[in-house]
Design a protein around this ligand. Structure first.
Ligand code: GAP
Length: 514
């Protein structure tokens, strides 16, 4: 079995080879943690964004979408707490001169202990066979319980130290655990220091009059500052939500793992405005609802889990991550945050403008509380893409590389081939493309043998291949081949649209959320 590193390397090289993701400015040796989406990647990303938008905005009559600017008045970030508190604790290794996030070093240490737990579970599952009860094993096996206790002790001490700004204790923890520089093995560390993650820029022509701006580190604030404008113009009543998708920027220090942690990335966020006191109910609602959205895509229930935050962000009274099993293990994919009235109150204070809601039923004004769902589009892309990539064993020593993308998200829905590039077959195939392109993203291909074309489309993630042959000229039927099963059927050209629609239609996929 391939190890995690190999699997991840394959994901990255496949993304490049098949036109999904390129390193930004590659001809200049690239820019670290910045990526470009290529012809297929841009389609996949757009389809994920649309799938989110449909589920959040179109399917909820009390949620509307906006598109706020990236640049915002600089006081926004003072009010939101990002100027003072959007920091990462950093530590340098004196020998290697490499810089790390102190919390990530500690979390990686815990992930190694977690890997030991996984190993014990696998061994026991093998030993006990069908009688194996994982829950029971995890709670009773002395070694596993010991590992879990160690993880809990380390993480809660780290959370407490970070909460109390006790950076000396974070360093002490790294030293006590004998954590070494992952690149060199050196344990010669500096003190831990805080580092602000926002990118600064300037607005204005001359140095004297220029105004300091930040590139937004989250899209959420564009929603908060527009809260009353949207509420008044939409006449929505609480509870209601405002959604948006857009770029965010963070000067990440630990910028590795491909598009998992980027300096320029895209978020899909929704702020749900509620009556104070109802946040517990809505927190559970949105946790469950967002998980349903994920599961509707069929990436496998076992690949998701919730992780409740030990250390809460400066704005939250409860928070959980939806974690996904990436090629490098379970990591955060989406956050569900109960943000209280922190943001609206802070904007009221800093702007001097009231951001309150008048409740017609209760005849009172109040500052709403907010439930937020926030997912990284690029991270979702990586989840979908890495989960889909398979090296499938076809028996007799043969394999095929196939990208089993959920068909609703696949960049190209069907590839249409003439069996041979002569005898009038290309003309018929091109006519099918002409007919289908009104509804779906389809392509025409005639290069190489049909077998090679099938393989190329499998690796591209295309759910259907349609082949026009000499019989087509007689009876208007074609062969349609399904990517995942490789099954082939003979169908009428007139039925193609309905066959493809049944499989790729958003409605069919979103229905699974019901
Ligand atoms: N408005 C709340 C907020 O921004 P967050 O947990 O910092 O919360 C939300 O970010 C989501 O954005 C994360 O769950 C992740 O999917 C994505 N994200 C955050 N930083 C990222 C980065 N550097 N690169 C890619 N995605 C990122």
């Amino acid at each position: 079995m391939a190890n995690q590193d190999d699997t991840f390397k394959k994901v990255i090289s496949h993304a490049k080879e098949y036109g999904y993701v390129f390193q930004s400015s590659e001809i200049y040796d690239g820019l670290s943690a910045v990526y470009d989406y290529a012809q297929n990647g841009a389609e996949l990303k757009k389809n994920i964004r649309d799938y989110w938008w449909r589920a959040m905005v179109q399917m909820n009559e009390n949620i509307v979408g906006i598109d706020a600017a990236i640049f915002m008045h600089p006081t926004t970030w003072k009010a939101s707490g990002h100027v003072d508190a959007f920091n990462d604790p950093l530590i340098d290794n004196k020998d290697s001169k490499k810089r790390y996030r102190a919390d990530v070093l500690i979390e990686d240490y815990c992930a190694k202990i977690e890997a030991k737990i996984d190993k014990e579970v696998k061994k026991a599952a093998k030993r006990f066979g069908a009688a194996f009860n994982k829950e029971e094993f995890l709670s009773t096996n002395a070694r596993v319980v010991g590992y879990q206790e160690k993880i809990n002790t380390i993480l809660s001490r780290m959370a407490k130290s970070l909460e109390n700004e006790d950076l000396a204790d974070v360093k002490a923890l790294i030293e006590e655990l004998a954590i070494a520089d992952p690149m060199t093995g050196s344990k010669n560390w500096t003190d831990v220091k805080q580092f602000n993650l926002m990118f600064g820029t300037k607005l204005g022509a001359s140095a004297e009059t220029a105004m300091d701006l930040y590139l937004r580190p989250e899209t959420a604030q564009g929603i908060f500052v527009n809260f009353l404008n949207v509420q008044k113009t939409s006449r929505l009543k609480i509870p209601f939500g405002i959604a948006q998708t857009g770029k965010a920027f963070r000067n990440e220090i630990v910028a590795r793992q491909f598009i998992f942690r980027m300096r320029e990335f895209e978020q899909m966020e929704m702020q749900f405005f509620i009556k104070p006191g109802t946040q517990g109910k809505w927190y559970e609602h949105w946790k469950a609802h967002r998980m349903k959205w994920h599961l509707s895509l069929g990436l496998g229930e076992e690949n998701y889990r919730f992780h409740d935050h030990e250390k809460l962000a400066h704005y939250a009274d409860a928070a959980a991550d939806i974690e996904f099993k990436f090629p490098f293990g379970f990591k955060e994919l989406e956050g569900i945050h109960s943000r209280t009235d922190f943001d609206l109150k802070a904007h009221e204070e800093h702007s001097g403008k009231k951001l309150q809601y008048y409740d017609n039923e209760d005849k009172e004004s109040y500052t709403p509380y907010v439930l937020e769902t926030s997912i990284g589009l690029d991270r979702m892309f990586l989840a979908v893409f890495s989960n889909a990539l398979e090296e499938e064993d076809l028996g007799d020593g043969k394999t095929r590389t196939v990208l089993k993308l959920p068909s609703v998200l696949a960049p190209t829905k069907a590839a249409i081939f003439p069996l041979l590039a002569k005898d009038g077959l290309p003309e018929v195939a091109k006519q099918i493309v002409e007919d289908l392109k009104w509804d779906f993203n389809v392509i025409y291909e005639e290069k190489d043998t049909v077998g090679k074309r099938y393989r190329r489309q499998d690796a591209n993630g295309t759910p259907f291949c349609i082949t026009v042959d000499h019989d087509t000229l007689q009876d208007n039927t074609v062969t349609i081949r399904h990517r995942d099963t490789m099954a082939q059927e003979r169908v009428k050209i007139d039925d193609l649209r309905a066959i493809i629609k049944k499989e790729v239609d958003v409605r069919h996929w979103l229905m699974k959320m019901k």
